[in-house]
Design a protein around this ligand. Sequence first.
Ligand code: KIV
Ligand code: ZN
Length: 499
Amino acid sequence: MADRLIIFDTTLRDGEQVPGCQLNSIEKIEVAKALEGLGVDVIEAGFPVSSHGDFNSVVEISKAVVWPVICALTRAVEKDIEVAAEALRYAKRARIHTGIGVSDYHIRYKFNATRDQILERAVACVKYAKRFVEDVEFYAEDAGRADNAFLAQVLEAVIKAGATVVNIPDTTGYCLPDAYGAKIKYIADNVTNIDKAIISTHCHNDLGMATANTVQGILNGARQAEVTVNGIGERAGNTSLEEIAVIFRSHKEAGIETNVDARKIYGVSRMVSSLMNMPVQPNKAVVGRNAFAHSSGIHQDGVLKNRESYEIIDPRDVGIDDSAIVLTARSGRAALKHRLHILGVDLEQDKLDKAYAGFLELADRKKDVNDDDLLMLVGKDRTAMHRIKLEHLQVTSGIGLQSMASVCLNLSGVRRCEAAAGNGPVDAGIKAVKKAISNSEMTIQEFLIQAINKGSDDTGKVHMQVEYKGNVYYGFSANTDIIAASVEAFVDAINRFIV
Ligand code: KIV
Ligand code: ZN
């Protein structure tokens, strides 16, 4: 019989630490419910002491989600642990995830401490967390670069203090797969009470080895994997959930199984990408746009004769359905509801009506409306709370013409219209917006336009980074008109700091 691997998803904690990926509580609940539907065992819902937003999200996710364990992160600090316990009060099954750095880099430079002092703090934080919850996970931060003997000493002590899970993070993504696997084996062989706890992997992708390291960790005894949807996370990201789930589905000989319902992977991947404004790289394993696209003649021929000639995963097994209904202007509300459901979005009637109206409008401009378009449409609701709304935009541009734009903004109920010239239509539109808000102190740091699929009628997505008074803010929009999307993304960004 295969061994069960616990899937611990940290999309809403480590994943959400990515600049520009922050979600509001409603969006986090949506993601948490999708993770529950996917079959994730543990959801790390946030770091409650870090902000009111994180605290509230842990509270609301605890209420909304029934089956998975809800986990909250803390430092080895009593106040953090008290706040986490308070945030978890509605969780049906609660876990506190506490820990401290154990590499000499962390001990010396981060804590200015000795190994003995770190050992003492590690035990103390687990004991303190145990006062509030039974299930306590200990993370040995930067375990990837820590001395194995000291690491084993710390783990033995925290398990004795009551830790139910011991997390071995390769915080900096430094380890080679063999070395990480050997570290897990060392722990399994040398921590005398390891049978009382589950070993967990937590790998970062700085050298592109997060998934390989996680696999080696599991093959050497770890039975929990910490992952994020689409591999998002700080810097180069974390191990991706979909890769781990599909690797062990494809390699049955490894004797590992998860509870992940693989057919829901694609929908959840798209939902997270859309809500977090984080495009999935086209060649991303399992969920990238090109993951199943065979372009060379030889490959196409082989796949047509027998899919398995070049495909080791059937795209339908991960929820990518070639024969998915393509929605057009003639599709009804039921078809839209059904497609959104497949994508993990279930809307109440009034929201569905609104989405349907938006869909018809888009379908008039675009022949086929695809999954990404639909997720964009649903996501548009997010701008409803904006104080500054772009109500009108008109541009003239062309070769040999001076670009001009006129905009009308709704500034908390007051309409202001302005016009400006620029070196192109986007420049003109943004200058007109700056005039309308009487503020031109912000500068654009990054500006990315991306088509979702193909065709000149495609939707363009725009990501923008805007700097204002030393801080960076992120804006996003999607529109079949890329000039409109660009100005909308700018307005989205300025809504984050102009209050
Ligand atoms: O990467 C890391 O070390 C972490 C811990 C806080 C678990 O995210
Ligand atoms: Zn991490």
